[in-house]
Design a protein. Structure first.
Length: 73
Protein backbone atom coordinates (compact mmCIF):
# COMPACT_ATOMS: atom_id res chain seq x y z
CA UNK A 1 0.00 0.00 0.00
CA UNK A 2 1.40 3.41 -0.92
CA UNK A 3 1.65 6.31 1.50
CA UNK A 4 -1.08 8.14 -0.43
CA UNK A 5 -3.40 5.15 -0.08
CA UNK A 6 -2.62 4.99 3.65
CA UNK A 7 -3.53 8.66 4.05
CA UNK A 8 -6.86 8.26 2.24
CA UNK A 9 -7.69 5.18 4.35
CA UNK A 10 -6.80 7.09 7.52
CA UNK A 11 -9.04 10.00 6.51
CA UNK A 12 -11.98 7.63 5.97
CA UNK A 13 -11.89 6.86 9.71
CA UNK A 14 -10.71 10.24 11.07
CA UNK A 15 -11.79 13.87 10.65
CA UNK A 16 -8.34 15.05 9.58
CA UNK A 17 -4.63 14.40 9.70
CA UNK A 18 -1.68 16.43 10.96
CA UNK A 19 2.03 15.96 10.28
CA UNK A 20 2.48 14.49 13.77
CA UNK A 21 -0.33 11.97 13.24
CA UNK A 22 1.03 11.04 9.82
CA UNK A 23 4.46 10.36 11.31
CA UNK A 24 3.23 8.48 14.39
CA UNK A 25 0.35 6.52 12.86
CA UNK A 26 1.50 5.93 9.28
CA UNK A 27 5.25 6.50 9.17
CA UNK A 28 4.75 9.30 6.61
CA UNK A 29 7.32 12.04 7.17
CA UNK A 30 6.41 14.34 4.26
CA UNK A 31 2.65 14.77 4.62
CA UNK A 32 2.47 18.01 2.61
CA UNK A 33 4.18 16.29 -0.33
CA UNK A 34 1.75 13.37 -0.22
CA UNK A 35 -1.21 15.80 0.00
CA UNK A 36 0.18 17.50 -3.11
CA UNK A 37 0.36 14.11 -4.88
CA UNK A 38 -3.23 13.36 -3.88
CA UNK A 39 -4.40 16.75 -5.16
CA UNK A 40 -2.85 15.92 -8.52
CA UNK A 41 -4.89 12.69 -8.48
CA UNK A 42 -8.08 14.75 -8.06
CA UNK A 43 -8.65 14.76 -4.31
CA UNK A 44 -9.60 18.04 -2.66
CA UNK A 45 -8.60 19.04 0.86
CA UNK A 46 -9.45 21.68 3.41
CA UNK A 47 -6.38 23.12 5.11
CA UNK A 48 -7.07 24.13 8.70
CA UNK A 49 -4.56 26.01 10.83
CA UNK A 50 -4.77 24.88 14.44
CA UNK A 51 -3.15 26.33 17.53
CA UNK A 52 -2.21 24.46 20.68
CA UNK A 53 0.37 24.66 23.41
CA UNK A 54 3.49 22.53 23.11
CA UNK A 55 5.06 20.57 25.97
CA UNK A 56 6.81 23.73 27.16
CA UNK A 57 3.55 25.68 27.35
CA UNK A 58 4.28 27.87 24.33
CA UNK A 59 1.67 28.43 21.63
CA UNK A 60 2.38 26.66 18.37
CA UNK A 61 0.47 26.47 15.10
CA UNK A 62 0.22 23.54 12.73
CA UNK A 63 -1.87 22.41 9.77
CA UNK A 64 -4.58 19.79 9.70
CA UNK A 65 -5.70 18.44 6.33
CA UNK A 66 -9.28 17.29 5.88
CA UNK A 67 -10.75 15.56 2.87
CA UNK A 68 -13.53 17.73 1.48
CA UNK A 69 -16.99 16.25 1.92
CA UNK A 70 -18.35 14.45 -1.11
CA UNK A 71 -14.92 14.25 -2.75
CA UNK A 72 -13.87 10.67 -3.07
CA UNK A 73 -12.48 8.68 -5.93
Amino acid sequence: MTQCEQIIDYLKDHVGITTKEAMEELGVYRLASRIHDLKEEGYEFEKITREERNRYGKKTTFTEYRLKKGVEK
